[in-house]
Design a protein around this ligand. Structure first.
Ligand code: TA6
Length: 280
């Protein structure tokens, strides 16, 4: 079953329910903010203090960072992580090919409003498939006459039982830029988190494993050769109005990205597809 609902503040979202899973996707940002396979605990973390207000990004789920990741390269007055995650997407279509699978497609099209922020004609398609696994494909189409370059990320907040018991497999021996120190290092062994972590890994493979005490989450990507790992830890969390104080203990962002050297140039008439499949 696929239904469009509104919260009391008028915030619209799509609710997806089938024999295998449940999900919620906000029209603002094309933002999947809940996913839960039947009989299992939620795969994605969602802050208890998250906003569900127009123009404010939801804290959790899988925000779409597009068409730039982080601060705008030339103008830091522009929104962090681009404008897609607070833009209103059009609900284009839905399909339920079988009782275990639901598909929805959302679209953001360039407009005078986006042109003022980023002077290119585009279509941004989000295809979400909810079933025994979660699939998201982000397709960036260049509808103009000039090439454009995008840096982007599926900024996934994964739910973990206890951050101190977590490791990430698949980043060993990869170079990463550490946003906290500005230095580039090589990942030695499995990534573990016992302090604030904010790293961009380059030349990543297509499969990462998030190993939690109670489960292992497979994170499989296509069209991506970079990944971002982030946990704000205790002090930074205190300064975040939309994050509960102990929230950092129960989440880890492992983001499927096209950032830094992996930014993508899209020629006129061409498109780039960034894909993620998550399962446990
Ligand atoms: O993905 C890591 C990061 O770039 C961090 O530096 C932190 O800013 C995080 O994204 C969350 O950003 P937000 O704008 O959602 O608060």
């Amino acid at each position: 079953m696929i239904t469009v609902k509104e919260n009391p503040a008028g915030f619209s979202y799509i609710e997806v329910q089938n024999s295998s899973a449940f999900a919620k996707v906000a029209l603002q940002g094309g933002h999947l903010f809940q996913y839960k396979e039947k009989g299992k605990s939620p795969l994605l973390w969602l802050s208890e203090k998250s906003h569900f207000e127009t123009g404010k990004a939801i804290r959790g789920g899988i925000p779409l960072c597009w068409p730039w990741f982080g601060a705008h390269p030339e103008d830091d007055t522009l929104p962090q992580h681009g404008f897609a995650r607070t833009a209103l997407f059009e609900f284009v279509s839905s399909d339920e090919p079988d009782e275990n699978t639901s598909e929805i497609i959302l679209k953001l099209t360039s407009s005078d409003k986006t042109f003022a922020l980023w002077p290119y004609q585009f279509e941004l398609l989000v295809q979400i498939t909810v079933g025994r696994e979660l699939r998201i494909a982000l397709t960036s189409r260049n509808c103009g006459t000039e090439p454009f370059s995008i840096s982007s990320a599926l900024h996934s907040y994964f739910a973990v039982s206890d951050i101190s018991q977590v490791s990430v497999q698949g980043l060993e021996r990869r170079a990463y830029w550490d946003k906290l120190t500005g230095e580039t290092s090589i990942q030695q062994g499995l990534l573990r988190v016992n302090e604030e972590v904010d790293r961009v890994y380059q030349n990543t493979g297509n499969t990462l494993l998030l190993v939690d005490k109670e489960r292992t989450i497979q994170i499989v990507s296509k069209g991506s050769a970079s990944a971002v790992v982030w946990n704000p830890w205790k002090e930074k969390t205190k300064g975040m109005a939309d994050m509960e104080e102990a929230g950092y203990k129960r989440m880890l962002c492992v983001e499927t990205a096209n950032v830094l050297d992996d930014a993508q140039r899209v020629e006129p008439g061409a498109e780039h597809r960034l894909e993620l499949v998550v399962s446990e």
